[in-house]
Ligand binder design. Structure first.
Ligand SMILES: [Mg+2]
Ligand SMILES: [Zn+2]
Length: 186
C-alpha cells in the first residue's frame, strides 16, 4: 500500500482567491512546488482534494477546474514536481440542479480521501492531510490520517479552533520538511 499526502488546493498550494478558476489568477504559495517535489522524492503519493463549490454555484464549470489543474500540473512539471491524482468536489447544497444533491465528497466529509484510497491502494493510517481550514482537518481525521494545518490561506484564522492532535505549520514547505525529517517523533 502507498502512503499519501492529501493536499487541499486553495490556500495550501496556491494563494487563496475567492472562486479562483482562471489560469491568469493562479499563484503558487512560495515553497509549494519544492514541497511537492520533496514529497515525490520521498515516495509519497500526492493527491489534491479540493472543494470547488463554484461549479455548483455556476461561477465556472468542471472543465474550467480541469483546465486549471492541467496548468498547475504543467507548472509543477517545470520544477520537477508532480501531483499523482487530482480530485475535486463540484457540489454544494445551494447549487444548481444535480450539483445540489447531498454528496459524500465535500469536505469536511472524507469521501475524496476514501475514494482515492480505494482507487490507488493508499494506507490512510500512514497518510497525512494538509489544509488551511477546519473542513480539511475534519476530512483528514475522519479518514484516519495525520492532520496538518498550514497558516497560509485561512489557516492563521483557524489555528485556535483545531485540537492539539493537529500539527500547525507556517506553510506547506515547513509542514513537509517536518514530515520528512527522519527522526521526527511520531
Ligand atoms: Mg483551502
Ligand atoms: Zn461532492
Amino acid at each position: 500500500m502507498k502512503r499519501a499526502v492529501f493536499l487541499d488546493r486553495d490556500g495550501t498550494i496556491n494563494v487563496e482567491k475567492d472562486y479562483l478558476f482562471e489560469v491568469k489568477d493562479f499563484e503558487f504559495i512560495p515553497g509549494a512546488t519544492e514541497a511537492i517535489r520533496l514529497l515525490n522524492g520521498a515516495g509519497y503519493f500526492v493527491v489534491v482534494v479540493s472543494n470547488q463549490s463554484g461549479v455548483a454555484r455556476g461561477y465556472y464549470t468542471e472543465e474550467d477546474v480541469e483546465l486549471l489543474h492541467r496548468h498547475i500540473a504543467d507548472e509543477l512539471q517545470k520544477s520537477g514536481a508532480r501531483v499523482d491524482a487530482w480530485m475535486f468536489c463540484p457540489h454544494h447544497p445551494d447549487g444548481r440542479g444535480s450539483y445540489s444533491l447531498p454528496c459524500s465528497c465535500r469536505k469536511p466529509l472524507p469521501g475524496m480521501l476514501l475514494e482515492a484510497a480505494h482507487r490507488h491502494d493508499i494506507d490512510l493510517r500512514g497518510s497525512v492531510m494538509v489544509g488551511d481550514k477546519l473542513a480539511d482537518i475534519a476530512a483528514g481525521m475522519s479518514a484516519g490520517c495525520r492532520t496538518f494545518l498550514v497558516r497560509t490561506g485561512y489557516g492563521a484564522d483557524q489555528e485556535s479552533l483545531v485540537s492539539s492532535s493537529t500539527e500547525v505549520y507556517d506553510d506547506l514547505l515547513a509542514a513537509v520538511k517536518t514530515l520528512l525529517q527522519p527522526l521526527h517523533p511520531v
